[in-house]
Ligand binder design. Structure first.
Ligand SMILES: [Fe+2]
Length: 280
């Protein structure tokens, strides 16, 4: 393990030099704004609809441009969200890029309550520096914690967990003991947390981490997924298992290199749509 760590220490400065190079030229091929993926989740636990904007895997890097973020913010504001939810991986290899980019999200975060969880990459930063910077843009982090949020259509139980593999953590039992009448929404960077949930324990989980594969070949599919169960979460906007549902966002940014194939950067809008009990 120490050899791997020494190799990582050796490679990181070289990679940062290469990343700085990409920052100058990637503007010629990167999209000017993310694609919008619309997801409708029927529910009997609310009596009025709620609109959630779900963002994930921004991976701030040298190639993350201000005009891309401003277009993202404008598109998200046009959706008039009731809640804005982030599912981690705010930076890529150099946390200093967050100081340049995250303040640009403040107008969006002022428009609606904004909650977030941390992804695996975020733990590469010194959290005593990174968390205040992220929170200053107007987001509240849920770290093995939850809130009850009240809306006209009913209460929503919003929970959030750090990357559960990096931190070897779990949601507290108290979250799952709250009254089942509330719509239970859970934020987890890794969609694989679905496999740790007891049957019928959440109405919806929001996740990221996979970037949809980022490089996706026709017929063959993704070149690489950072999870052996990753393909479970691709294809359909919602994956359901034992009564628990997860939507896995395709990511706003890029990992390793600013390249995507057949998998554009994406922002999700999730509409919780009330339905009568017999129609669910
Ligand atoms: Fe990521």
């Amino acid at each position: 393990m120490s050899r791997i760590f020494r190799l990582f220490q050796f490679c990181l400065p070289q990679y940062r030099r290469m990343e700085a190079c990409f920052g100058g030229i990637a503007r010629w091929w990167l999209p000017k704004q993310p694609t919008l993926q619309s997801v409708v989740v029927p529910t009997t636990r609310l009596t009025a609809p709620l609109t959630l904007v779900h963002l994930s895997d921004l991976h701030c890097a040298s190639w993350t441009r201000a005009d891309y973020i401003e277009a993202t913010v404008a598109a998200a504001l046009a959706l008039e969200p009731d809640l804005i939810l982030w599912t981690g991986d705010f930076f890529h290899s150099d946390p200093r890029h967050m100081a340049r980019i995250m303040p640009l999200f403040a107008p969006l975060h002022r428009a609606a309550p904004t909650f977030a969880v941390l992804g695996n990459h975020d733990f590469d930063a010194d959290l005593s520096d990174a968390l205040p910077l992220l929170e200053a843009s107007g987001m509240v982090f849920l770290r093995q914690d939850y809130r009850v949020l009240s809306f006209a259509g009913g209460n929503l139980l919003l929970g959030g967990i750090d990357d559960y593999q990096i931190q070897a953590c779990d949601m507290p039992t108290a979250y799952f003991e709250q009254p089942r009448e509330m719509f239970r929404l859970l934020l987890s960077h890794q969609p694989d947390y679905l496999f740790r949930l007891a049957p019928d324990s959440v109405d919806l989980m929001l996740s990221g981490h996979l970037h949809g594969g980022q490089i996706v070949f026709p017929v063959v599919g993704p070149l690489y997924l950072p999870s052996p169960r990753g393909r479970t979460f691709l294809g359909e906007p919602i994956t359901e298992r034992e009564g628990n549902r997860v939507h896995t966002n395709l990511g706003l940014g890029y990992t390793l290199m600013p390249v995507r194939l057949n998998c554009p950067p994406t922002m999700s809008v999730v509409r919780l749509a009330p339905v009568p009990a017999e129609r669910r």
